[in-house]
Design a protein around this ligand. Sequence first.
Ligand SMILES: [Zn+2]
Length: 299
Amino acid sequence: MVEQPFECPLCAGQGADPFLDLRDEMTGGETQYALVRCRHCGLLRLHPAPDAPTLAAAYRSDYAPHTRRGLSGWAKGRLEGRSVRQLWALFGPPRRVLDVGCATGELLVRIRAAGNPDVFGIEPGAEAAAVARRRGLPVILGTLDDARLQAESVDTVIMSHTLEHVADPLLTLREVARVLRPGGALVLWLPNASSVEARVLGRYWIGYDAPRHVTTFTVATLSQALLSAGLDVDSVRHEAVGLEWAWGLRLWLRRRAPSVERVLRRFHVPLIVAATPLALIGALTQRSGRIRVIARKPA
Ligand SMILES: [Zn+2]
């Protein structure tokens, strides 16, 4: 039984069942975080939700998405470049594009370089936001709610690995729906818990990433959240990226054979490439650990 009463931020239902006990595998911490499953809609949440000091400590200045050094950054850059080309109909001019949780602004820089100067970001991490601003990007420091944007003022909203971090995802999606112009699009990248990766890697699946990932979605719970926010699901794409297998192996080894993991760290990118056939299984069976979802505000 879960000790504190649980009220689901997605369906407002009461009560949840234990799903998985997690630790911060990225830092190797021993603190336990309980991932629970809503009895009514199946939403996965950390419960109790981590408090502000815990989260502040969990986003240290070396938080990987905010640094992206070396080959790993290069690999992510390649993926982003491909996405920008594929989604140019949503990212290109005359559209006004907002990246919520833009980190250091990599994706916005790519969109700007590809020919659309009308881009801006929102980022709660002060150091990451400062890097993005030094690149000449307009960035609002804080959350989407803090920003108080004008209604119907944005054509495309990007949330790349952001929604799983926010305190109240339904509230955030409703704010996205408010700022989008009718017919505008939301492009989401996020982990999918109804995946081969989550099933096989269990607590070492990077998609759980406690305590930073407060909510973990499945295709079903995400679709419900989007519909509740007034957005229509346009497409769900299961991506084949070996990254989660590479991280799963490394995080598993980190607990058992740290010296082996330290060696493997240098081979992170070859490991991702080697794991791509495994990732293809998830993608081909529509059970990938990493999904790209496009939703639209009705015109
Ligand atoms: Zn629920």
